[in-house]
Design a protein around this ligand. Structure first.
Ligand SMILES: NC(=O)c1ccc[n+]([C@@H]2O[C@H](COP(=O)([O-])OP(=O)(O)OC[C@H]3O[C@@H](n4cnc5c(N)ncnc54)[C@H](OP(=O)(O)O)[C@@H]3O)[C@@H](O)[C@H]2O)c1
Length: 323
């Protein structure tokens, strides 16, 4: 099978396309023919050796796929070849086939195509987990989303809007702000040009209730300062690079709460809870409470270029690779 291989941690242009032996399903496993593989910011970090997960090299990157079961290993019940499935595989997704535990399969609902499905799980599960499990958004509350034109950011806008929140989207370019508006944001802040704290307070009439921060760097502290009484500041990631340090008096003031979010870690702690979360997500997509837009589609060979576009900030929204 064709696959994208990361031979060793380093620059993304060192990734190679290779022919690997077709995989076989062992005990409790299935082989999935990949029809689309979602590309995420973390995939690029993993290939560069800049993520907490450091697989042995060489490895095939790619953390989420949608496809069709093509082989079922011994000891697997309730799965047959031809099943359309969604899998969060962690690694191995940028290939024509991937072997995964049968227990990790999620049936793909009728009406949900492979490409949108492959772009859905990581960003939308993270945001549904953030805004319904780690904190709650009440109807009418103001939600400030940083990096709002990225994968996590657009999912945050969509989920917050579905919960009745009023969203202020903050991003670096007009195109990213337009994408966030199209997804439901009521107001926008061009945070490289405008004063984030002042504008967020003005737009929300005094302060926001929730901040979603997958960016970190210099924008975190003004966003925290923009929260009103009982505000919640959700820490999701540090796409900008530097992990910010903030004065703790800003948490004490206004009785604010800082909320850590690690969806991936939680899936191992509470797999049953995660299955419920995914079912909830698919229901919300099926009945049009959520509106994930179609991802950009690229051939498998574009893996390095697409990951580079995420890491250098030039790509908006989600992308998938199609083998
Ligand atoms: N906590 C969790 O459970 C969880 C789960 C999934 C992902 N994450 C994390 O969430 C973060 C965002 O992931 P994503 O998939 O949304 O990525 P993405 O699609 O690439 O979006 C990230 C956004 O960050 C902003 N950004 C600001 N400075 C940047 C810089 N120097 N380099 C790159 N981006 C920069 C960009 O928006 P502007 O150009 O508008 O500033 C970009 O659109 C990552 O750090 C990822 O590890 C966390």
């Amino acid at each position: 099978m064709r696959a994208v291989v990361c031979p060793e941690f380093g620059p993304l242009d060192a990734l190679v396309a290779a022919d690997l032996p077709d995989p076989a399903a062992g005990e409790g496993q299935v082989v999935v023919d990949v029809r689309a593989a979602g590309v995420n910011f973390v995939d690029g970090l993993i290939c560069q050796g800049r993520y907490q997960l450091k697989p042995e090299t060489p490895f095939v990157p790619g953390s989420e796929v949608a496809g069709v079961v093509s082989a079922v290993g011994p000891g697997v019940a309730g799965v047959t070849t031809g099943d359309r499935v969604l899998v969060f595989c962690g690694l191995g997704g940028f290939a024509e086939q991937v072997v995964v535990p049968a227990l990790s399969l999620v049936p793909l609902p009728e009406g949900l195509g492979f490409e949108p499905a492959a772009a859905l799980v990581q960003s939308y599960c993270t945001m549904l987990f953030t805004l319904t499990r780690r904190t709650h958004v009440a109807p009418g509350e103001w939600v400030l989303v940083l990096g709002a034109g990225g994968g996590i950011g657009l999912a945050a806008v969509d989920v917050a809007t579905a919960l009745g929140g009023r969203v202020i989207a903050a991003a670096s370019t007009a195109a990213k702000l337009a994408a966030a508006r199209a997804r439901g944001a009521e107001a926008t802040i061009a945070y490289e040009a405008e004063d984030l704290k002042t504008r967020a307070r003005e737009l929300s009439g005094g302060g926001v209730d929730v901040v979603v921060d997958p960016v970190g760097g210099r924008h975190s502290e003004p966003a925290l300062r923009a929260t009103r009484h009982l505000g919640r500041f959700c820490v999701l990631g540090f796409a900008a690079g530097p992990i910010p340090t903030v004065p703790l008096n800003q948490v004490l003031l206004n009785n604010r709460t800082v909320v850590g979010v690690d969806w991936g870690g939680w899936t191992f702690q509470d797999p049953a809870g995660n299955r419920t979360l995914i079912a909830e997500l698919l229901d919300m997509v099926a009945d049009h409470r959520l509106h994930p837009t179609a991802p950009a589609v690229h051939p498998l060979g574009d893996a390095a270029a697409v990951m580079a576009g995420l890491l250098d900030r030039t790509v908006a929204g989600k992308s998938v690779l199609v083998p």
